[in-house]
Design a protein around this ligand. Structure first.
Ligand code: FMN
Length: 189
């Protein structure tokens, strides 16, 4: 059994992120993937302040000074893989998502991740930015990725109405993330 966290990528009160995260969760659950369970992990729930730990997380051995971060650490540590749902802010991921990733080290390591991006230019620049960031924490990002357009997959840029064409790609993101997450379990021992 692998546990996959669908990680939200925006904390704005008016974010459209939650709709995309819910869609990924429903798609994953409807696929009845063997030996895999899925849950949404909302970074907004953790109230992480702008990074303020004593030690760089890579050197912290999962021991942190902030209560918020200890809760975040336990949650990410308990997952085998991730599907990040990321908006694009100035050709990168949001500062909230970067901050949440920065807070941890070993909890991410030797796990797999899929990426589902969205934005006026499909979130592609954010997806590539996220691949680079995750490579530094030993997260293996799968090849297929979601790329939703603010103009054609959202009504009035706010209500998520994904075009049918995305179905197969999102399924491939989910399937590959699960398969790689199962494989990487043996690397973690
Ligand atoms: C500060 C900021 C910068 C943005 N930069 C980009 C961008 O570089 N490329 C893009 O496609 N969309 C960009 N957008 C549009 C966002 O993708 C869009 O507002 C989206 O709704 C943000 O996701 P959220 O609502 O879940 O926070 C930007 C939005 C903001 C607020």
């Amino acid at each position: 059994m692998v546990k996959i966290g669908i990680i939200t990528g925006s904390t704005r009160d008016a974010r459209i992120n939650s709709q995309v995260a819910e869609y990924v969760l429903q798609k994953a659950q409807s696929m009845n993937v063997a030996d895999a369970e899925f849950e949404i992990v909302d970074i907004k729930d953790f109230d992480l302040p702008m990074f303020n730990e004593m030690m760089p997380p890579a050197m912290a051995n999962k021991e942190y000074s902030l209560d918020e971060n200890n809760r975040w650490s336990e949650t990410i540590d308990g997952l085998d893989g991730f599907i990040f749902v990321t908006p694009e802010y100035n050709k990168a991921i949001s500062p909230a998502l970067k901050n949440a990733i920065d807070y941890l080290g070993a909890e991410w390591s030797n796990k797999a991740a899929g990426i589902v991006g969205y934005g006026s230019t499909l979130g592609v620049a954010a997806t590539l930015n996220l691949r680079t960031i995750l490579s530094n924490t030993n997260v293996a990002t799968v090849g297929p990725f979601g790329a939703f357009s603010l103009f054609t997959d959202f009504e009035e840029m706010s209500s998520f109405r994904p075009a049918e064409v995305h179905n197969a790609t999102i399924q491939a993101v989910i399937e590959t993330t699960v398969n790689w997450s199962k494989g990487l379990k043996s690397v973690r021992g």
